[in-house]
Each structure stands twice: as C-alpha cells, then as structure tokens.
Design a protein around this ligand. Structure first.
Ligand SMILES: Cc1ncc(Cn2c(C)c(CCOP(=O)(O)OP(=O)(O)O)sc2=O)c(N)n1
Ligand SMILES: [Ca+2]
Length: 529
C-alpha cells in the first residue's frame, strides 16, 4: 500500500526538494516520520527565522523551498516574514500540520481554524484538501503554483491523520507532471519595445529584482551599452540587478513620487524591467512622470502590470525579454558613458566606524562573489556607494521591509551556496532582534555566515522618518544596552565587538577565514556603549 505520506513526498522530491526548513509541533510529526532518506531537515527556533531561512535559500537557488510549520501559532509567527516572500516572488511551499480531520470542526486543541484563510493575502494559493486522498495532488498543485510566474509562496494545511491513509490509485501520475509557461514575449511586443527604445533620444533603464532573479544582469548590461544610457535600480530594491561599478550605474531610485520624477526628468523613454511601478515608500507627492516621458513596463506579474498608476505594461518572462531586446536594439550612436570614479573615500572616526567606512572594510575583506544580505535600514545608500557588486544574487534585502529577514536569510543563502560563495549579513542592531534565533541554527549546522551587526543604539531609519514627517522625539526610537557578543555566544556563535577601523578589519579577516559562523558587532555611531 502507498500511503498519502509516501505519495506526497514523492511529489516533493520529484521537484528537487531536498531540504525542509521547519519548527515542529505534534501535528507535524507524522509528515516528518514519512520524510525519505536524502532530505535534510533544518530546524529554526522561531517560525519567523524558519521562513526567513527558507526565503534566503529560495532566493539563492531559484528553486522551491519547503517549509513545515506548526498549525496556526507556527503559521502566524511566520506571517511577518511572508510579507517579504510574497513581494520577492519567492517560491516557498509552506505546509502546516492540522489536527485530526474529524476533530477540526470541534476546534479541539491545536486546531488551525479556517486554515486556508489564515495566510491570505500573503500567499498565491492556500488550501486544506477536502480528503486525505487529495493531499498528494494538492501538494503537486502547490509546487506548480509556487513556480509558475508570477512565482510566490503557497500554503497547504494537512490534518495529521491523513499521512498514514492509503493514497488513491491516481497519485502515480503526479511526480512526472510538468507545467511550463510561455518562454518569452511575442514578436509584436518585442518589436514595439525595441522600436520605442531605438527611437528614444534620451532613454533610461530602471531595473528591478526580477532581472536579478532571472540572472539577466548581463543582458541588462548589453542593452544599456547598446543604448549608451544610464541605469537606475527601482525603488525599495530587494536585489541588485546591475553591476554597481559599471559606467551606466546611477544607484537606487529614491522611493517617493516626486524624487523618482526628478531623476527621470529629461528622459523621453523609460524602460522599467522586472519591478513594480513603483514601490514608493516616503509620501512626497509630485508628478508621476515628467512631462513628455513615456514609461514602458516589463513584468512577469500581471498584477503589477494591472495596478501600476501610469505607463504601458507588457507581461512575460523578464530575463528572456531583456536578452531579446539587447539583440534587437541597434547601437544608438551616442557616446559610451564615461567610466565612473571609484567609491568615495569614507570618513573615519576615533570611537566608532561610520557606516561607509565599515562597508568599505567589508568590501575589501570579502572574497569575490560574496552575497550581501542587508538589513540596516538607515545605511542602504552608504552600502551602495561603497559596494562593488558584479554577479547576480549578490544583494538581498527584505522585499517588504519586514524586519527579521537579514540573519535568517543569510543562513538560508549560505546553506544554498555551500562553498561556492560566502555570505555576509549586514544587519542593524534593531533588525537583528527580529530574527536573532537564526544564530542558533547557524551554530548548530556550522553555517559559515559572517554576521556584522551595525550598532548605533537606535532605530536609525525611524529617526530619519521622524525628520521627514516632523513627528519629533516620539517614544520607541532607541535600542540602547544591547550586547550582541553575549547574545551571539549564547546561541553558540563566536563573536567580537569592535569600534575602530583597524580592529574591524582584523575581525572581518578572521571571520571570513573561519570555517563556521562568526559575529562582529561594530559600533557605527559616536557615544554608543
Ligand atoms: C517586523 C518589523 N517591525 C518593525 C518595523 C519598523 N522599522 C524599524 C523598527 C526600523 C529600524 C531598524 O533599525 P536598525 O537598527 O535595524 O537599522 P538602522 O538603525 O540602520 O535604521 S526600520 C522599520 O521599518 C519593520 N519594518 N518590520
Ligand atoms: Ca540601529
């Protein structure tokens, strides 16, 4: 007899799933008992960290990541991290244990009441199959839904007595099922886009995370060089789709209506590829576009195309479209953009390491191809000013700004990259607390992440917003007295605290040379104990 558990796992492993990120309760034990040899279980101590690790893993591999959570309480703890995964289009397959099928209506202890409603709208698909025999097919639907554009997280709640039931005879069809979407935009769309770009007097590219997720960075470079045009990263960047030292690179667009329009002024054609139009953040009203500017929007997500407040949108795979356009658009005849000067020389200080100096030290200490998982919300522009990112997948940031992403996602990304690429987490002393338990997983599984905590003793980004909003000194802006060395060592990760450039450089050198995780707490503001 084939059980539902055996059939379900056959579906999951047929899609290349070999790792489960989880935190179990009694409802999950029968699913885990059916887990076949060769599948690795990675335990996180809090479901927010579990989800963040799975997100980092999926963003790094591009493939699906399997998550197993405990009923409603576990799923609820993961929801904050889901706000990022849904906007980063992470193909996460969340499974949650449900109480015994016949007792759910009574709402016995550990019942996940109305389970399919719980994670919405943060998932593409959520269900609790109507019978045990439908569980393998529902798992197949979940995986295909997560992987089909626009990719995204899905959620399946399964009563724990289902797994031992006999699977139906039709489950044998499921492991070999494939679902393939259209490979690229149609001829008419590509011709219209190529014509508009070729006819532009002063085009500009605005690139989003989907370009990096599609590993299409080189195609974006080829198109920018054909057009001899500047390139911006779309506001609220969660990935880096373009080399940061390239002559065309201009930085991340500021995340307000007025500032975006100011940066696009003078350009007659704007191609936005692989990003929503736009992920504004600060409310600074202005014209959505400068007068006379035509915005062309290329996205894999119909919802992004439909909800944009301006421009003309085309829906299709972003990477292949950029490759096709780079091959179609003729050389513009404009002078190539001149090489940019190197990063600014960062200022130093006696009793702390200012952020740009720290980022320069990290750049100089990190091996080629290092992945930077960032979550220090007041220092993003400082990082970009100093960074030298060239390869796809080199930068990850929480796609909805939901904090608690940085430390866990760094662990997940390092698990994905293995020895091929090192991962450094650059996380603020505020953000670190939301996903702090990931340090335990890094220690237990010897995941060699370099964790750098930027200690300024405050919620720096909120202080910035207080200035913008004129709210003055509100409560809840400072986070004094945190000792990340003691916290880190309490979770099993060796740590050191530094407050000058020389000690920081030495600590980073040691950390990147270590064969296990290391944490470096860096004092980045004056007067911080
Ligand atoms: C889960 C969660 N809680 C609270 C916030 C609000 N928040 C908070 C609390 C920020 C401050 C983060 O401080 P930090 O120390 O990590 O970094 P900076 O000091 O560089 O801003 S930025 C921000 O949007 C959030 N985005 N996500
Ligand atoms: Ca801070």
């Amino acid at each position: 007899m084939t059980t539902v558990g055996e059939a379900g796992w056959q579906v999951l492993t047929a899609h290349g799933i070999d790792t489960v990120f989880g935190n179990p309760g009694s409802n999950e034990l029968p699913f885990l008992a059916a887990m076949p040899d060769g599948v690795r279980y990675v335990l996180g101590l809090h479901e927010g960290a579990v989800l963040g690790m799975a997100d980092g893993y999926a963003l790094a591999t591009g493939g699906p990541a399997l998550v197993n959570l405990h009923a409603a309480s576990g799923s609820g703890n993961a929801m904050g991290a889901l706000t990022n995964a849904v906007y980063s289009h992470s193909p996460l397959v969340l499974t949650a244990g449900q109480q015994v099928r016949s007792t759910v209506g009574q709402e016995v202890m550990l019942t996940n009441v109305d389970a399919a409603a719980l994670p919405r709208p943060l998932v593409k698909y959520a269900a609790e199959p109507a019978s045990a025999q439908d569980v393998p097919r529902a798992l197949s639907q979940a995986v295909h839904t997560a992987l089909l554009d626009p990719r995204g997280p899905v959620y399946l709640s399964v009563p724990y007595d289902d797994w031992s039931r006999e699977a139906g005879p039709d489950t044998a069809h499921l492991p070999s099922r494939r679902a393939t979407a259209a490979a690229e935009l149609g001829e008419a769309a590509l011709s219209e886009l190529a014509g508009a770009l070729a006819g532009a007097a002063n085009p500009v590219l605005v690139l989003g995370p989907q370009v990096d997720a599609d590993r299409a960075n080189d195609h974006a470079v080829a198109l920018a060089e054909r057009l001899a045009c500047p390139v911006w990263i779309a506001p609220s960047a969660s990935r880096c789709p373009f080399p940061t030292r390239h002559p065309a690179f201009r930085g991340i667009l500021p995340a307000s209506v007025r500032d975006v329009s100011d940066r696009l002024a003078g350009h007659d054609v704007v191609l936005v590829a692989g990003a929503p139009v736009f992920r504004y953040h600060q409310w600074v009203p202005g014209d959505l576009l400068p007068a006379g500017t035509r915005l062309l929007h290329l996205t894999a997500d119909p919802a992004e195309a439909a909800r944009a407040p301006m421009g003309e949108a085309w829906v299709g795979p972003v990477g292949p479209a950029l490759a096709a356009l780079a091959g179609r658009v003729p050389a513009s005849g404009r002078e190539p953009l001149p090489p940019r000067s190197g990063p600014p020389a960062p200022r130093g200080a006696e009793d702390h390491v200012p952020p740009q100096q720290l980022f320069a030290l990290v750049r100089d200490a990190a091996p080629a191809g290092t992945v930077h998982v960032c979550e220090s919300t007041s220092t993003i522009d400082d990082f970009v000013a100093q960074a030298d990112l060239t390869e796809p997948g080199s930068y990850l940031f929480p796609a909805s700004g939901g904090l608690g992403f940085g430390l866990p996602a760094a662990v997940g990304a390092q698990l994905a990259h293995g020895e091929a690429r090192r991962v450094v987490a650059l996380v603020g002393d505020g953000s670190a607390n939301y996903g702090i338990t990931a340090l335990w997983t890094a220690a237990q599984y010897r995941v060699p992440v370099v964790f750098v905590i930027l200690k300024n003793g405050t919620y720096g980004a909120l202080r910035g917003f207080a200035g913008l909003l004129g709210t003055g000194e509100t409560p809840g802006l400072d986070v004094p007295g945190l000792d990340f060395v003691k916290i880190s060592e309490g979770y099993g990760v060796p740590a050191v605290s530094v407050s000058d450039a020389a000690s920081t450089a030495a600590a980073l050198k040691d950390a990147f040379a270590a064969d296990g995780p290391r944490l470096v707490e860096v004092v980045t503001a004056p007067g911080v104990a």
